[in-house]
Write a protein that binds this ligand. Structure first.
Ligand code: SF4
Length: 366
């Protein structure tokens, strides 16, 4: 990749749209998994450029959005402890827990810090041996290698004051769940290119075979996504169901083996609860027993407790592609980025925030 503009060229975009329109002969519901892809689609109006037979629905690939309310409550409880420094990616701070959020804890004097990398939190722990430093380790396979490396380094450094609050989720089990549901309408998936950069796409080949569904590993720029749609349309029109790689400038079939090795050493697969969706078997990572000393839930004895989502929030349906944000009665009225009811309105990758930012005209009259 030389220039980002190459992937935003309007002449090529129009040619791709024309080719899609020339090939599609029947309705097709396609889902982009990643919230970053959703934002590109909304920002450039790609869904409005496509022929009417093609409907794009938005998937559960926003890590902030699927982090369970209970886990956010645990982060808030930790950040409220006087001996704890809680380090987090920035967009977790405004995500509402059941009673508060991390911003409010920080405003009330809690030691909550924003980091771009978990290694920053290791440095904070090194520099502050009198404090317990907890990194809020959320995300998909994309962020897992860096979080695994942070724990690995903390152990190498002999840090006794560093731990992770882990809420890692994995994409293929979520696609499997969506495809297994009777209400599923999705006929083709744009898989997340950054996730596949790490783990490759062998698992997606199993899904394509088992459910006879085409999957295209896609990038994040407008031309990436239009090309991925074209590749899906070609497969659907030809009756094929394969995994194809549109994002070949970053993704290989086997992925990044060094990253997978550190993930494998530090994490093991577990059942994981997804906000709004519920527990999905084998859909997350937790620390292996050898790294139990770095597990904040064990270190601080945090227990699970059931909490209710706001009744009005239909994020569960939005995250499964069954509804779109403007279908929510609270969208743009009682739920805005400044006053979010649910996580998809908070996160930079959330579908509700994308519609609010780029499709404000879709806000219903209140
Ligand atoms: S608009 Fe707000 S309340 Fe509605 S689904 Fe999205 S986050 Fe939930």
């Amino acid at each position: 990749m030389k220039y980002i503009d190459e992937y935003r060229d309007s002449t090529i975009a129009r040619a791709l749209v024309k080719e899609i329109a020339g090939r599609v002969t029947r309705p097709a519901v396609l889902m982009e998994i990643c919230g970053g892809q959703t934002h590109t689609i909304m920002r450039y109006g790609l869904d409005e450029l496509l022929p009417p037979q093609i409907e794009l629905v938005h998937g559960p690939g926003c890590p902030v959005c699927v982090t369970p309310l209970e886990t956010i409550d645990k982060a808030i409880a930790l950040a409220s402890r006087p001996e704890v420094t809680l380090v987090s990616y920035g967009d977790m701070l405004r995500v509402p827990g059941s009673r508060s959020d991390l911003f409010r804890v920080k405003a009330a004097g809690g030691d909550v810090r924003v980091a771009y990398s978990p290694m920053e939190s290791v440095k904070i722990a090194q520099a502050n041996p009198g404090r317990q430093v907890v990194f809020f380790a959320i995300g998909f396979e994309t962020t897992a290698p860096a979080n695994a490396m942070a724990v690995f380094q903390a152990r190498r450094l002999g840090l006794a004051n560093f731990s992770l609050l882990v809420s890692h989720v994995l994409v293929p089990p979520a696609i499997r769940l969506l495809l297994s549901q009777p209400a599923n309408r999705v006929q083709g998936f744009i898989a997340p290119g950054h996730v596949c950069t790490v783990v490759g796409y062998l698992d997606y080949e199993d899904l394509a075979r088992q459910f006879h569904v085409p999957i295209v590993v896609g990038g994040f720029e407008p031309l990436d996504l239009l090309e991925a749609v074209l590749m899906l349309v070609r497969q659907l029109e030809e009756g094929r169901a394969q995994v194809e790689n549109q994002y070949a400038r970053s993704v290989t079939r086997a992925g990044n083996l060094a990253a997978q090795q550190i993930m494998e050493e530090v994490f093991e697969v577990c059942d994981r609860k997804w906000r709004g969706i519920g527990s999905i078997p084998a859909s997350g990572y937790r620390l292996r027993p050898a790294f139990a000393a770095f597990d904040a839930e064990r270190v601080f004895g945090l227990a699970d407790h059931g909490v209710e989502e706001p009744a009005e929030c239909i994020s569960a349906l939005v995250l499964q592609g069954l509804k779109k944000p403007p279908d929510c009665p609270a969208f743009g009225l009682r739920c805005t980025p400044l006053s979010p009811l649910g996580a998809p309105m908070v996160s930079a990758e959330g579908a509700c925030a994308a519609y609010y930012q780029y499709r404000r005209h879709a806000v219903p009259a209140g």
